[in-house]
Design a protein around this ligand. Structure first.
Ligand SMILES: NC(=O)c1ccc[n+]([C@@H]2O[C@H](COP(=O)([O-])OP(=O)(O)OC[C@H]3O[C@@H](n4cnc5c(N)ncnc54)[C@H](OP(=O)(O)O)[C@@H]3O)[C@@H](O)[C@H]2O)c1
Length: 290
């Protein structure tokens, strides 16, 4: 029986792990929201892990507001760098396995082919820089049996995320404009949650190992939005626009496709295409409204 701590359990990935809990009976979960456990408080994290005899930490806690981070640099780094560092120190001291979640935003998005784990990082946003700083802090501490899993375009039935924004706009508007010149891979958080739980007993590494995980197939935000809207609100029109017509505080990567070959090979995974995963997520959204 593994005792597993999920930090940031009030967020969408944390909630999705909770949803997957029933299919993993050999795990004894401890879900801690920000109120219950602040990863920036080293003593609290250390005491929590000791008191609950934690064997595995899944760090879902993060500062994830990409635009707000541009002017809230201190907080972004406090949580994404120093919070991650705290977790890594505790993992090392108490010999816990660690699964830390990171992001495609560690890359600059100027690539033309899918990014693999060895490609040079070059974050262009505060969020991306703070997440990379967290990765580097974990690598420096180097607790055994630690993996960093970078993912992209994470969505679920739990807000806030792009899918939930589209569903809200679809209810309010007859036409929605969405950027068509940014490419990436959507990731259903339930699929990521299941993979994390599957990985746990198989993680054995002396050096921190990085993996990429997203659903299969590349798309654009426009095509992703169109698929969401066409499934739920057939009369709403989705219009493609260039990034230059949708100004945000933080620059979004043009090309954010992750190469997931390593995780598939090391853990014997078959990853479903994003279209199939989206279908399942939307059916959950629809059935929860009935
Ligand atoms: N969302 C995406 O598109 C995306 C893409 C790539 C990678 N990721 C990564 O995936 C992971 C999970 O993201 P998500 O979408 O589930 O994010 P989320 O919904 O924003 O959840 C993050 C959770 O962390 C909590 N948190 C913030 N500061 C904390 C602290 N000091 N101590 C403990 N908990 C804290 C937040 O609580 P409050 O809500 O109270 O602040 C929130 O519940 C993150 O590492 C993120 O960087 C996300």
């Amino acid at each position: 029986m593994y005792n597993i701590l999920v930090t940031g359990a009030g967020g969408q990935l944390g909630k999705c792990i909770l949803d997957c809990k029933k299919t993993h009976k050999k795990y004894n979960f401890h879900f801690a929201t920000r109120i219950e456990l602040d990863i920036c408080n080293f003593e609290a994290v250390s005491d929590y892990c000791q008191a609950n005899d934690i064997h595995v930490i899944i760090n879902c806690a993060a500062y994830t507001n990409v635009d707000a981070a541009e002017s809230d640099i201190e907080n972004a780094f406090r949580i994404n760098k120093y919070g991650a560092e705290n977790i890594a120190i505790v993992a090392k001291q108490q010999a816990c396995s660690l699964l830390h979640i990171s992001t495609d935003y560690v890359f600059d998005g100027n690539g033309k082919v899918p990014y693999n784990e060895e490609d040079a990082t070059n974050p262009v946003t505060v969020y991306g820089k703070s997440k990379l700083a967290g990765e580097l802090a974990i690598k420096k501490i180097n607790p055994a049996n630690t993996v960093i899993i970078r993912t992209s375009w994470l969505y679920s039935q739990y807000a806030p995320n792009f899918l939930k924004t589209m569903l809200r706009l679809g209810k309010e508007k007859t036409e929605i404009s969405v950027v068509d010149d940014q490419k990436g891979c959507p990731t259903f958080a339930i699929d990521l949650a299941n993979v994390l739980l599957k990985m746990i007993p198989e993680i054995k590494c002396e050096q921190v190992k990085t993996y990429h995980f997203s659903n299969e197939n590349t798309t654009s935000w426009y095509l992703f939005a169109q698929r969401i809207i066409n499934t739920i609100y057939r009369d709403v029109k989705v219009v493609p626009i260039p990034t230059s017509a949708f100004i945000t505080k933080a620059k979004r990567p043009e090309f954010s496709v992750l190469d997931c070959t390593r995780i598939k090979n090391d853990f014997g995974l078959t990853i479903r295409v994003w279209e199939k995963a989206l279908e399942e997520c939307l059916s959950v959204v629809v059935s929860s409204k009935k």
